[in-house]
Design a protein around this ligand. Sequence first.
Ligand SMILES: Cc1cc2nc3c(=O)[nH]c(=O)nc-3n(C[C@H](O)[C@H](O)[C@H](O)COP(=O)(O)O)c2cc1C
Length: 284
Amino acid sequence: MGQKKVRAAYFSATDTTMRVVTFLADRISAELGLGPAEEPFDFTLPRKRAQGKAFSSDEAVVFGVPVYAGRVPNVLLKFLAEIAGNGALAVPVVLYGNRNYDDALIELRDILEKDGFHTVAAAAFVGEHSFSRILGAGRPDEADFALAGEFAREAAGKLRAVWEKKESADGKAFEQGPVPVRGETPIRGYYQPRDRKGTPIDIRKVLPKTGPECTKCGLCARLCPMGSIDPEDVSRYTGICIKCGACIKKCPENARYYDDEGYLYHQHELEEGYTRRAEPEFFL
Ligand SMILES: Cc1cc2nc3c(=O)[nH]c(=O)nc-3n(C[C@H](O)[C@H](O)[C@H](O)COP(=O)(O)O)c2cc1C
């Protein structure tokens, strides 16, 4: 097997995706005898998505996104469609907030295949829900990382086998079908929260508020994955809010909050409806 590299690539507003995919990349790299993984490609901030990204055929990429409304976050679709896989192997990973990942993993897998990656293993993990500090609290936890370690060992074995097979194909076309994952084709629509009467709740225009605790440190403006918070006046928005939770959960003063009735209803409904522990799922 020629010189190979393992790398994590991710969007992660509240760090759960980052923690899982960097752990997996390091473990897979170690299992393959390659030492620590390469520098991760973190495309959470807008400037990292301002230009395209290309990978190479000697790389395996553990590629992670959070689940938004049962799907890959739609604000990432344009950027993701323009990535060049160039025959790199990929391990698609989604993080979801203890409700369900619906069709997010199959959607991510298909995007990566279309980009020119070969997907060989995949996983769905649970992270604390972006809308809550109770739902999926503390996830990924020790038990999740123990399972992630086992998955990394098996994924590394599969990556090695595929690389060996590719090299022994001796210039002949290498055929590798996408890794089978749970999800429907055609992909279903975005998950729609509803109120008590079954009327859809539209939280797209909802914006977090800034309380008197705010010290104007500007961290939220620097962290916003949409670059939508005005650094001169952090209570002002200059673009869209995707409700990712970064400015809320990372504010050192706990100064940001939601007061929208529909948002809060949806938050409580999720917290009450999804108390059971969802477990990670693996596809090899
Ligand atoms: C707009 C939005 C929609 C979400 N939709 C879902 C969902 O459909 N199912 C689910 O279980 N979690 C959902 N979540 C929760 C995130 O998938 C989860 O918290 C994830 O761990 C966040 O990843 P991050 O920490 O890398 O940002 C949603 C979060 C946001 C912000």
